[in-house]
Design a protein around this ligand. Sequence first.
Ligand code: URA
Ligand code: ZN
Length: 366
Amino acid sequence: STDGRGYDHGAIDVHTHCYLPRYMEMLRNRTDVPYVCPGKSDADDERYVILPGEDAEDTTAIGRPIGEEYFDVGQKIRYMDRHGIDVSVLSLANPWLDFLPAEDAVAMAKLLNDDLQEISEGSNGRIYGFGVLPTQDPEASCKEIERLASEDCSKVKGVILGTSGAGNGLDDPALEQVYSALAENDMPVFLHPHYGVGNSHFDGTGHSLFLALGFPFETTVATSRLILSGAFDRHPKLRLLLAHSGGTLPFLAGRLDSCVEHDHEMCDKLERAPSSYLKEHFWYDSVIYHTPALKSVCDLVGSDKLMYGTDNPFFPPKEGARSDKEWPSTSKNYDAIDGMVGEDVRNDIVWGNASRLLGIEPIHQK
Ligand code: URA
Ligand code: ZN
């Protein structure tokens, strides 16, 4: 909880997921990854199979348990109340609509974004959303961005994007029109990993290294490729929020600059050093569980770019997601923020920066 932590408002959580009921229904009707299947008995949670190999013949537990905490907004609010979170900016979790045929993704994106708007309207200011795009179809994505920017979808404050884009990554020329639409409509992108990078090195470690390393490596590579494609020279108003504090970029930024500068193919391609785009165009969540990592973000880009996140409902306590226990994954992130020097800095990270970037009012006055 935030009791005694001394912030002047409760948190705004910019990294918190919900598989909306409509999305769950779709997963229950599928038999290929990703899908949801019944548990062993009625008393058991359903199982969610999200990653390739999770449903291999030799595995003892197919997928992971998936209960109300993944799709019920009441559970989200309960979790928020227990952990000092005033406002959550909900996003669909991975793998979004990546696996659908384009036509299905276009229809589903609209429905899910309308669901998000409706949930937010009924939430007394507790819930906002990052919408989802049918990235397989860049032209339809542009139309959806315009719709999301209209008054009809006023509670949708940006979009969540994976790294696959239309299937060929984020530096795909096919996405240029999407970046124009995002920039022109002032829609920030929440960039989130799903596929991992370096996966073949993680055998025998469950999901631990895939999530600890593969996820942030994926964000690192996708962001670097986007920068090196010159996207920010072409779209000076494009803004992204990076999951997991920017992967490894705050640590590798100097090396990225140096290697680009010393490469004969790259050195004249960009208007500026890669790290200068990291400072101007990017925000970073705090889902990194360690004060030195947060300091490294602030040293590179300033404390006005870092925003509180939880990754809820992933990483539940051992006692289970619906127990009354405090979530150690959540308190650990507060602890990391509390290690930052300066009350203003801590307040900016916990709610102020998100409030300014997304135009969200904090709720409870102390
Ligand atoms: N595992 C996932 O699959 N997604 C997340 O966002 C976090 C953990
Ligand atoms: Zn996440």
